[in-house]
Design a protein around this ligand. Structure first.
Ligand SMILES: Nc1ncnc2c1ncn2[C@@H]1O[C@H](COP(=O)(O)OP(=O)(O)OP(=O)(O)O)[C@@H](O)[C@H]1O
Length: 244
């Protein structure tokens, strides 16, 4: 009880909020004057050139980067008060998708997912089996559970990455350049999947360099530039001016 019962939004109704935040990597200031509010169910892109702070911002949300200056909140937790014992609970409320998939190469898809369930406290074999089938069907891979990661295409591996992110029925999906290793058609399929997940009521925050994708799948866009965040709707972005 207790920790698990924390509401996922704060008193302002935000699933993520940063107020007057400062984000550092060691002594370097990466982002300053960070003010950001994200409501449940939103789909938000994070853009900006290499090294501008997109990953640092995502890491702040999942407690991988200490946050000590300003107010920060994600899925029920105040980021400045995070204790190491809070981290498993915080991360169970979010699914994280990485550019390089990060699947365990020594076991098949099913066992990759089983590993995560066991590591996050699931015990009942039948429930675990049901949950694995459920997430695999969401990403249309229900018949590929027996495959080893190297037997799958990049797009399929990333769909397993998304299935893994969905295992604990998180309210928030954080995706760090999830199409970075995929070809354009596969990237579009992945975006369709992430948007379907968002339409299902989940919040999605996705860092990307792929402006073509944002043009095809418009959405709220936050840009990291010169240590600050700025915000635009897709229609207002002059993509040709963005040299990243
Ligand atoms: N572990 C670390 N220790 C110190 N500095 C770091 C660390 N990780 C990142 N940085 C620095 O923080 C800055 C922001 O990096 P970050 O990875 O957040 O940028 P990014 O916008 O996500 O870039 P990319 O598009 O390459 O993923 C960079 O200058 C980077 O060198």
């Amino acid at each position: 009880m207790g920790k698990e019962a924390l509401p996922i939004v704060n008193k302002n109704g935000n699933i993520i909020e940063i107020k007057d935040g400062l984000i550092r990597q060691r002594e370097h200031i990466i982002l300053r004057d960070v003010n950001l509010e994200i409501k449940p169910g939103e789909f938000v892109y994070l853009i900006g050139r290499v090294g501008s702070g997109k990953s640092s911002l995502l890491k702040t949300f999942y407690g991988d980067l200490p946050f000590n200056d300003g107010y920060g909140f994600a899925v029920g937790y105040e980021l400045s008060n995070l204790k190491s014992r809070d981290l498993p609970f915080l991360r169970r409320r979010m699914g994280i998708v990485f550019q390089d998939f990060q699947l365990l190469t020594d076991r098949n898809v099913y066992d990759n997912l089983l590993f995560i369930l066991k590591a996050t406290g699931w015990k009942n074999q039948k429930e675990m089996d049901h949950q694995i089938r459920d997430v695999l069907s969401k990403v249309d891979l229900v018949h590929k559970g027996y495959k080893m990661p190297h037997q799958l295409s990049g797009g399929e591996q990333q769909r397993v990455g998304i299935a893994r992110a969905l295992l604990n029925q998180p309210e928030l999906i954080l995706a760090d350049e999830p199409t970075g290793n995929l070809d354009p058609d596969t990237s579009d399929e992945l975006l369709e999947l992430l948007h379907a997940i968002s339409k299902d009521g989940k919040t999605v925050v996705m860092a990307t360099h792929n402006y073509g994708l944002i043009k095809r799948f418009p959405g709220r866009t936050i840009r990291c530039q010169n240590t600050r965040l700025s915000e635009s709707v897709t229609e207002e972005i002059d993509f040709d001016q963005l040299v990243e």
